[in-house]
Design a protein around this ligand. Structure first.
Ligand code: MLT
Length: 273
């Protein structure tokens, strides 16, 4: 793990490899270790950067309330610190919500976009209330209670016990205040649906076919609204598709990033496979 001082906090991040940079933005309530399967596979050909978002993993929370815009600004500053002008941005779930904030605020840094197991829409009132309840659960009972509540929704019913344990370990290593802050940061995020038509970089949507939290219908809606977008559904896996099917996920990322010969991203040729 490396550390950089970013916007007044110590930000921890994984960095490996050289070449075209890829920035991985993790889901809630995880941290950068959730990208280990991507870092190992993609770093031989890419410069892979996977930060712990503010308040999660080994990154400090800082004072005051957190927001997705703050996370986006942290990532912009991290890329600046690393002298990276543009990167492929991969955001999974909450990481996808942050990718939309990043597009809104720092789009000049995005060379290409991968939106995995996420949605463009805002929370309903009920959803916002659920987040506040969840934030209080984290504060009062700690990350174990959050793991108990979320694990069944993060992986498919077929996920192996070892993977469940690994996800639980990641969640339980997070700080309760950081988990609560992330929930409260997601609640007021705006609807990013109107943004989708403005995305003019090559974009790939990936979704686990058994994703119960952000189901394939959400991915289909993003695919239909983003010009020239591609979509890949990974069969038999749930919300954390990158962890449950790392090989299939990595193959999609690699194919997407390989210079186009058989299909044209940037040339308006969206498609589904
Ligand atoms: C995530 O996986 O990042 C979260 O479950 C997303 C959410 O709570 O909306």
């Amino acid at each position: 793990m490396k550390t950089a001082t970013i916007n007044g906090i110590d930000m921890a991040y994984r960095e490996q490899g050289t070449g075209q940079p890829i920035l991985f933005i993790h889901a809630f309530p995880l941290h950068s270790a959730s990208w280990d399967g991507q870092i190992a596979a993609l770093s031989p050909h890419h410069r892979v950067i996977a930060p712990d978002l503010r308040g999660l993993g080994a990154t400090a929370r800082g004072g005051g309330a957190s927001s997705l815009d703050q996370h986006a600004d942290d990532l912009d500053a991290l890329l600046g610190h690393l002298a990276i002008e543009k990167a492929t941005v991969v955001g999974l779930s909450m990481g996808g919500y942050i990718s939309f904030a990043f597009w809104r605020r720092h789009r000049e840094r995005i060379a290409a976009l991968i939106l995995a197991d996420t949605r463009a829409g805002a929370d309903t009132e009920e959803g916002k209330q659920g987040r506040e309840k969840n934030a209080k659960l984290a504060e009062e009972h700690g990350p174990g209670a959050i793991a108990d509540q979320m694990l069944p929704k993060l992986l498919s019913a077929n996920a192996p016990a070892a993977l469940r344990d690994q996800v639980r370990r990641i969640i339980e290593s997070n700080d309760r205040a950081g988990i609560a802050a992330a929930q409260r940061a997601m609640a007021p995020r705006p609807d990013s649906t109107p943004l989708l038509a403005t995305i003019d970089v090559p974009t790939l949507v990936i979704v686990g076919a058994e994703d119960a939290l952000t189901p394939p219908s959400e991915s289909e809606a993003m695919f239909n609204a983003i010009p020239g977008c591609r979509i890949a559904e990974i069969p038999g896996v749930g919300h954390l598709s990158n962890m449950e099917a790392p090989e299939a996920f990595n193959a999609q990322v690699t194919e997407f990033l390989t210079p186009r010969q058989t299909f044209g991203i940037g040339g308006g040729g969206g498609g589904k496979w």
